[in-house]
Each structure stands twice: as C-alpha cells, then as structure tokens.
Write a protein that binds this ligand. Sequence first.
Ligand code: SF4
Ligand code: SF4
Length: 387
Amino acid sequence: MSELNLVTNMFREINDTASGVGNCRQYNREKFIGYMCSYVPVEIIMSAGYVPFRLSGSTRPITKAYAYLPSACCSVVSGALERALQGEFDFLSGLIIPQTCDRMREIFDVFRVTTNITFYHNLIVPMRTDIIPARQFYYDELKMFIAKLAEMSGKEIGTDQINMAIKNYNVLRGLLRKASDARISATLTGLEYHKVLMAAFTTPPEKVISAINNLLQSLSEKRPELEGRVRLLVSGSVIDNLEQIALLENYGALVVSDDLCYGLRGNVGLIPSDSKDPVSVLAQKYLGKINCPCKYPSQIRWQNILENAKASQVDGVVLMLKKFCDCHWIEQPELERRLKAAGYPVLVLGIDNETAIEALRTRMQAFLEMVTKRKSRGFSNDCPKNF
Ligand code: SF4
Ligand code: SF4
C-alpha cells in the first residue's frame, strides 16, 4: 500500500531528522514545539507559527533517564526523557508539559533542568473536568499559555490565528476519524491506523493531511485477508511501541477500535472555527473530551468504551496498561468487571516499551484461541472470570 508508506515515511523522516540520524531538508525549515499528553491544545501551538510535535518513548533501552526518575515510572515518561537526554529533541523550540497524571507533574522540572530546550510551559489541567469552575480555570490557564507563547515567539496570537489553526486541525481530526472507521469496515488494520496517528502527531498538518487523504481514497476495496478475524478493542494510555499492536494482528486479530490517548480518546472532535472567543471553545472541547483516568469523572469513559465495543462489533477487549501507571491500573478492576458483565472476554496485559515480545506472545495467543473458539460456537457471555 504505497500511500501508507508515504504517511509512515513522513513519521520516520521527521523522527530521524529530529534525532539527527537523518537529514530531511523539507523539515529543517520548520520550527517545532514539543508537547506531551492529549490535554495540550495543539491549535494554540500552531497559531503561534510552530508545528506541534508529540513526544513519544522509544523501544531502545533506558540508560540515562533512571538517574533522574524513580524506577517505578511508566515508559511514556521515561522513554521521552531518555530520548531528550540523548539529544533527540534538541531541535525543539519549546516543550509543553501539562499537569495531568502524577508522572507528568513530576517530569516537568526534570526536563527543565536536564535538557537543552530553552522554552518550557507547565499547563495546569483541572482534575475534575465536567464542572463550570474547572472550565473557567482552564480558560484562564490557556490565556496565560497564549501570552507566554506570544512573548517567546514575538508573534500575535489572536482570534484569527487560533480560528485558522482550529480549521486545519478539524480537517486532520476528521480524516483520523475516517481512518478509525476504516478499521471497523476492515479496510485498514489497527497497525496501519496507528502508523497514521504517529505521523499525524509529529508532522506539519498541511503535509500529512494530503497524504492521509490519498491513503483513505485508495481504500475502496475489501481486503479478504482481514475478514473473519477476531475483532478487538484495545484500551490503555499510550501505545508507542507498535510491535505490540502488530503482535495481536499477526496472530489473527484485527484491532478495530480503541480507548487510547493517541487514538479515539485523544480526538476532541470537530471544533467551531468561527467563534469570537476561540479560547473558550478550546477550553470546552479539551475538557469535554473523553477523560484519561487521571481525570474525573470516569463513568463517561467506561460507557464510551462499551458503546464503541458494541458499534464496532468486537469479540473481545485487551487492556494494554503501562507498567507503573497508577491511574489506569486503579480503574482496571472496575472496567474489566463492566466489560465482562456486558459479555466481552478481557485480556489484561502490563506493558512497557522494553517488554519482551515473547513475554506477551503466549498470553495473546491463548486469549485469541479462546475468543476464536467462543466465536465459532456463537457464545456471547461465557468468559472465564479470571482469564
Ligand atoms: S494517558 Fe493521560 S496523562 Fe498520559 S499522556 Fe494520555 S492524557 Fe496524558
Ligand atoms: S497516564 Fe500513565 S502512562 Fe500516561 S503518562 Fe501518566 S503514568 Fe504514564
């Protein structure tokens, strides 16, 4: 699928350029601001003339980061810090880290004192997201963020600039939603979808939009090799090691839906782009999205997972949870209970970016065999309680 290669090459080129491995001239002219976490409104970064670049971990061993972190730290944070300490993010003009989960809170100062990045901003995101005072608080926070970014960049960040960035991201999010739906109709695999997401979060939107558009237009045909597979929903925080998705699909699954920070949970949907107060609209949309478990309340997320599982006709759910990620693990028993009560077999996996693939293989294979047998017998709710 050459269109997919174009999209994934963009991701590879830009990450290679970023890490100094490659020298892709078309990206050397861009100015990037890094961010961690889907509670950072990328539209604001773009309206200041920068390309938002989402930091991710890597599959390489951690050799430097643990000097500054507790060993009980998730690989989202330790992996990103490791890459920063290796100089891979020196190209960034700034970095935005929000106060979301405990690890994100702790990491801000570590990044600030150990890396060569000169501009930092710590964006405070309220713990409870569904009440009016929280939205007012976040609105004020975004205003402060804009003022600091405008001062650093020397650029005006007004209504027109923000609305223009909202328009651009609406196009990108609309395409990502279509790419997600293509999984449901089995014209795109889960792995392919995640490759598209990785490119979308690190590449200038105007470049990646046309590439994703071309990819989607090339997807008209049914793909017989994807029919009849075990359909799965994967839930967790961030999957930045795509081998973990690939492994599931190599054993006959198709990841057709998700509850992931890079995926559907991070997609805030379309945002009105003609508001006289776009900051207010951004505050509403980012706090109104499906919550990460580090925020309250959680019930809407649980309900959303069940609705997505039903709409995409999944046969089972895999909870791929980062090791040492307190907020996801705290909710895991209740989420698992609700999923099983609704008739879905559930596999719970603790992962990090260094987890040996062999260690996951046996459990994934056994789960998929069980779901396949169950499916072939037409069972709807016979999942062993402690699978
Ligand atoms: S999982 Fe939660 S805290 Fe972690 S990056 Fe995503 S939204 Fe932020
Ligand atoms: S939510 Fe979990 S996985 Fe995400 S950054 Fe926080 S501790 Fe790490």
